[in-house]
Design a protein around this ligand. Sequence first.
Ligand SMILES: *Cc1c(COP(=O)(O)O)cnc(C)c1O
Length: 286
Amino acid sequence: MIEPFSFHGRDFYLLRDDLLGDFNGNKARKLEYFLNADLSGFKRIVSHGSSQSNAMYSLSLFAKIKNLEFCYVVSHLNSNLKQNPVGNFKFALENGMKIFVVEDRVKFAKELADTADALFINEGVAQNEAEYGFKTQADEILTWSEKSGVSPDIFLPSGTGTSATYLAKHIDLNVFTCPCVGDAKYLREEIAALDEHSRVKILTPPKKYHFGDLKLELYEIWQELKASGVEFELIYDPVGFITMFANLKEFKNEILYIHQGGLLGNISQKMRYERKFKNHFKKDQG
Ligand SMILES: *Cc1c(COP(=O)(O)O)cnc(C)c1O
């Protein structure tokens, strides 16, 4: 679904992949191939990453839908989260996720998956099979584009760059992104590894942010967006909007921003902000 949206005096369009259903966002796009595949030869899915990742939650739901066991390996699990599960972690446990805490999580996950009946999924579902769902996404955008007569420049914030790379591969429109993990150079390398001729254009955030950084300006733009009527994700989207607005001169057409879901992750990220900026927030409430 694509709808008009207005923010900071600028009109653009939103692709609402957060509204695809229970299984939504770019992780649902990435898993579309596996959703349609015959996985009857598998008993379990094995993956690894951080204890609050959106991919972890999506995989837990995917495994539940497919009636598979889901094993997930993290390097660390803080005792707070272990005792009081919240956000993605809580909901993934409710979906039956089995959690393993092993320092060298990549090695352990690969060993755990080293049986014929286990399907190994990379951190963030960054892998070739993800391409399939972005062809579907590209087709949806092109159908809308023909109907509406709008040929937009597309913007989406990146982690691994998988979503941006595969969308750009299947659509003849400009695709812009920005790094939320690492810097522009790192993202360029990640994208080139997936598609060496990729036409994705990388915009640099106005200042360096670390992944999951707790910065007031990020929280504030997220709150302003929410007040405009749409809740966005609290890690990637604030960096995305700040970077997009800092680089508006790069866009030659109307802008289509992709809402990539991930809202369950907001519960824990919001708690981190509230803990860090307790006094600031108190003052705000007056
Ligand atoms: C996972 C995720 C991303 C990053 O996607 P990549 O394909 O790894 O670049 C961006 N936004 C949200 C909301 C996500 O959950």
